[in-house]
Ligand binder design. Structure first.
Ligand code: FE
Ligand code: FE
Ligand code: ZN
Length: 278
């Protein structure tokens, strides 16, 4: 069974996301923990969470994926910006324990002229500050397009962060197909080689989720503009090979394509239609 869903709006709470997932035949989904531009999060409503957990069990919803606000920068040169990222993520991780055993994905950050080594040091330091031994949430570093001074455009950079995190059992990686393509990893003509490289540098056991997106730009463009499935440079056939690859097919896939619910429903149906059950 293919585990696939998309990014859903979290503004109406957990149960509403469960209902949206049901409408589009998704068995997982991603959501922002709070306004994607940061700011304070709505209080968790335990009754909403309980109703959602019932619904999720009934629908067979697998691991869901929370996404940190993308404006956080754990490796900013500005101490206050780093501190805001640390406090926001610590609060998100506390909230995640209402829905135990899921994943929390974040963009490592942009080092902005400090150099990638300084960026990596700040990011791992933050993770060492916020990870708790007893947490049930796995924190995922997202593979990035390498736009500007983004950290995480190379697998080696993610590996270096993981190496420096003490509670690294609580860490994993989320592979974004648009981002790796934009970062220069050719998943269209050399998917096997890219995954072998991922395994050599990071280890496939670290890979916990895939963001399934087409790209508006050619290989290596370092732009990060998502396209709908089949409307970009990666293309539908290559993305079908991604969900069917033996190293990936058991993972949850999350669409972050520019769509409303009906568009997501079509892309989910398309991927289910082309998924080969083992
Ligand atoms: Fe992301
Ligand atoms: Fe992504
Ligand atoms: Zn992106």
């Amino acid at each position: 069974m293919l585990t696939i869903g998309c990014h859903l709006s979290s503004s109406k709470g957990y149960l509403a996301m469960g209902r949206d997932a049901e409408k589009i035949n998704a068995n997982t989904f991603q959501f922002f923990t709070r306004n994607p531009r940061g700011g304070s999060a709505k209080a968790i409503d335990p009754a909403d969470v309980a109703a959602y957990l019932d619904k999720a069990a009934q629908l067979g919803i697998q691991r869901i994926l929370a996404h940190a606000p993308y404006t956080l920068n754990a490796c900013s040169a500005d101490e206050q910006v780093r501190d805001f990222a640390r406090r926001t993520m610590a609060d998100d991780l506390a909230r995640m324990e209402y829905t135990p055993g899921n994943c929390y994905n974040f963009h490592p950050g942009s080092h902005v002229k400090q150099g990638v080594e300084t960026g990596i040091a700040y990011i791992s330091q933050m993770l060492n500050d916020i990870l708790q031994p007893e947490q049930t949430t796995t924190v995922l570093l997202e593979t990035m397009a390498g736009k500007g001074s983004e950290v995480g455009g190379r697998f080696e950079e993610l590996r270096e962060i993981l190496d420096r995190v003490t509670l690294s059992d609580h860490m994993g990686v989320c592979l974004d197909t648009c981002h790796v393509w934009d970062g220069g990893y050719d998943i269209v003509d050399h998917l096997d080689e890219v995954l072998t490289e991922f395994d050599r540098v990071i280890g496939l056991s670290r890979l916990k989720a895939v963001h399934l997106n087409d790209s508006k730009n050619p290989l290596g463009a370092r732009k990060d503009r998502h396209a709908r499935i089949g409307e970009g440079y990666i293309g539908q056939e290559a993305l079908i090979r991604v969900v069917n690859h033996p190293a990936l097919c058991h993972l949850p896939f999350y669409l972050e394509t520019p769509n409303e619910l009906d568009g997501y429903a079509r892309e989910i149906a398309l991927m289910r239609e082309h998924f080969r059950e083992e």
